[in-house]
Ligand binder design. Structure first.
Ligand code: DC
Length: 223
């Protein structure tokens, strides 16, 4: 069984997807983390997607996701980069590199491979991102599209950052979220879009538990 959870930044999809995976005993795949790892790779190498030899760089890129106590650890070419990929610089750049077709093809291939490995062992998968229900697994058994008011999303991000001791400028965060939405929604390849058969859930006024319960009730046939 594949459960696709898509939505914009701050819609609550990561924490919800992680919990749904835990409660359904599924493999959790955070595809945003993969695009973030590509962005960090570019940042470290000082390259961008317009580089003539970008393909060669991309061939030398390896990403793996491993289960960890906090949910998922992201490894880039043999190094744990789970914390580094969460910086604002990487957030911004991930939304830019993810519009490159070559990057998307490579990530989508990896995502399908990770899922099919889990399915072949008889497991289930919860995959979260922007294009899971629309492109990566259009035939997923369950598809959800989480949305929330941009102001609520910015507040949630601010809270997460404050908890980590990172100073925040709420106005700048809101601008960053709106800019990322615009870029993710307007790119020509796999834009952020709700698949026509995905169930939309507005999480603006839902508690975390309610978001999780909403999804689980659909999966268990009570939704
Ligand atoms: O979910 P996130 O904020 O960690 O994602 C980081 C960026 O990656 C986001 O701006 C858009 C991109 N992304 C994407 O294009 N497709 C996905 N399936 C997941 C993320």
């Amino acid at each position: 069984m594949i459960i696709a959870i898509d939505g914009p930044a701050g819609s609550g999809k990561s924490s919800t997807a992680r919990e749904v995976a835990k409660r359904t005993d599924s493999l959790y795949i955070d595809t945003g983390a993969m695009y973030r790892a590509v962005a960090l790779f570019c940042l470290r190498k000082g390259i961008d997607t317009s580089q003539p030899d970008f393909d060669t760089y991309l061939n030398g890129l390896s990403i793996s996701l491993k289960s960890s106590e906090s949910g998922i650890a992201v490894w880039l070419n043999g190094e744990d980069v789970s914390d580094e990929i969460r910086s604002s610089t990487v957030s911004e750049l991930s939304s830019i590199v993810s519009s490159d077709v070559r990057v998307r093809v490579k990530m989508v291939d990896m995502q399908r491979e990770m899922a099919s490995e889990a399915l072949s062992r008889g497991g289930s998968v919860v995959m979260e991102g922007r294009d899971i229900g629309s492109v990566v697994f259009p035939d997923a058994e369950f598809k959800f599209f989480l949305i929330a008011d941009p102001k609520v999303r910015a507040e949630r991000r601010a809270l997460q950052m404050e908890e980590k001791g990172v100073p925040v400028d709420s106005r700048a965060l809101l601008d960053e979220i709106l800019a990322r939405d615009a870029r993710d929604e307007s790119r020509s390849t796999s834009p952020l879009i709700r698949a026509s058969d995905a169930i939309a859930i507005d999480t603006s006024s839902l508690s975390f538990e309610e978001q999780v319960e909403n999804i689980l009730s659909v999966i268990h046939g009570n939704g």
